[in-house]
Design a protein around this ligand. Structure first.
Ligand code: ZN
Ligand code: ZN
Length: 409
């Protein structure tokens, strides 16, 4: 029997309890940085499994299981829900008005709790330290940073490797891994440009920030189309443009809200530099009386999987689940704040995707070529991972990945 199978012998008897935990979390979703009930449930369970438990970064919880000599593995789950009104009609649908686990973080919490429990029960089979980390507020991009700012790196043993997973609209029963960038870096940027207000009939008395902002919006389009190598990925979106109140008043400022996505940190820097250069250049050309202001918010780092870690974890998945269950993950344009945790320790990581969609439904949609139209994605009010085999795959993935490091070699 493999070491993974040995540790997983307890899974069958724990699954009923894990499904209850999942449904309980799904019924009681909590918004970012308000994960008080979830945090308490996690802390109590970790303590009952024998972990030493700390609260880090507000509602963040970390459990450490020191089990002799050997490597240290940190596995991470996020806990927050979204301001979405659930429309799934599930018997265990959200009971909180306007709040829903629409990104599947309840799956992540339950799966990591299950793995933490089985690794504790099966501790005779492995050696090292296992850390189960439950972070708040992934959806705001600030939860992992809150834990880092609260001294995470000094409060827990330094891991050799950090692992994480996300449930996605892939068939349940499948895990998907990839080396290199799997999720984009995401930046939101508020740009304020200044003009000189005047009466709408007297444009010669003004520096018109509406014309200035319009010019900036158009010129920004050249960053991707003219400055970025064809085939490289970058997105620059102006999601909001606000100026003025009335047709006959020239306002004195305009505010643009930009969203930037990239898979490469050097390219990201080039894009951000180009935005600054273009905005400043357009302001100078317009005769703007004050320097523009730039304010970043909702920033997500790049998620770029380490090749060595990913190969080791993928091999563990293939050996445990069989090759057919392990797919190559395609790059997602979505973003995550997961990588701030390994980056705080300066250690490598891998982050894999966990299938959550009913396999028959998925296969039928795939045969029609309508997966994107017919399968509700994360953040949809209809997002509804099937409980099984999603949960048991999520538990097994965490156990198999951790034991790739903690098991005897
Ligand atoms: Zn999400
Ligand atoms: Zn998510």
């Amino acid at each position: 029997m493999s070491i993974v199978d040995t540790v997983l012998t307890g899974l069958d008897s724990e699954l009923a309890g894990l499904r209850d935990t999942y449904r309980q979390l799904h019924r009681h979703p909590e918004l970012s940085f308000q994960e008080h009930g979830t945090s308490q449930l996690v802390a109590e369970k970790l303590a009952s499994f024998g972990y030493s438990v700390q609260h880090i970064g507000g509602t963040g919880v970390v459990g450490v299981l020191a089990n002799g000599e050997g490597p240290t593995v940190l596995s991470r789950a996020d806990m927050d829900a979204l301001p979405v009104t659930e429309a799934t009609g599930l018997p265990y649908a959200s009971t909180v008005e306007g709040v829903m686990h629409a990104c599947g973080h309840d799956v992540h919490v339950t799966a990591l709790l299950g793995a933490a429990q089985l690794l504790a029960q099966g501790r005779d089979a492995w050696s090292g330290t296992f850390i189960a980390l439950f972070q708040p507020a992934e959806e705001l991009g600030g939860g992992s940073q809150a834990m880092v700012d609260d001294g995470l790196a000094a409060k827990v043993p330094r891991p050799d490797v950090v692992l994480g997973q996300h449930v996605m609209p892939l068939p349940a029963g499948v895990v998907a891994t990839a080396t290199g960038p799997v999720l984009s870096a995401g930046d939101s940027l508020k740009v304020t440009v200044h003009g000189k207000g005047s009466h709408g009939s007297m444009p010669h008395m003004s520096v018109d920030p509406v014309v200035l902002a319009a010019s900036i919006v158009l010129k920004l389009q050249t960053i991707v189309s003219r400055e970025t190598k064809p085939g490289e990925f970058a997105v620059v979106t102006v999601g909001a443009l606000n100026a003025g109140t009335k047709s006959n008043i020239i306002p004195d400022r305009a505010v643009l809200l930009l969203n930037i996505r990239s898979y490469d940190n050097k390219l990201r820097t080039r894009v951000l530099d180009a935005i600054e250069r273009i905005v400043k250049g357009e302001c100078a050309a317009a005769g703007s009386p004050r320097e523009p202001e730039f304010e970043f918010y909702d920033q997500f780092p790049l998620t770029s999987n380490d090749a060595g870690v990913t190969e080791k974890v993928t091999a563990a998945f293939t050996s445990h689940f069989g090759g057919a269950a392990v797919q190559h993950a395609s790059r997602q344009t979505a973003s995550e704040d997961f990588s701030r945790i390994p980056d705080a320790f300066g250690v490598p990581y891998t982050y894999w995707l966990l299938g959550g969609c009913d396999p028959q439904t998925y296969r039928a949609a795939a045969a029609r070529g309508t997966v994107e139209q017919d399968i509700p994605a994360n953040h949809s009010p209809f997002f509804a991972p099937v409980v099984e085999p999603t949960l048991s795959m999520g538990v097994q993935s965490h156990v198999a990945a951790a034991l790739a490091y903690l098991g005897p070699n």
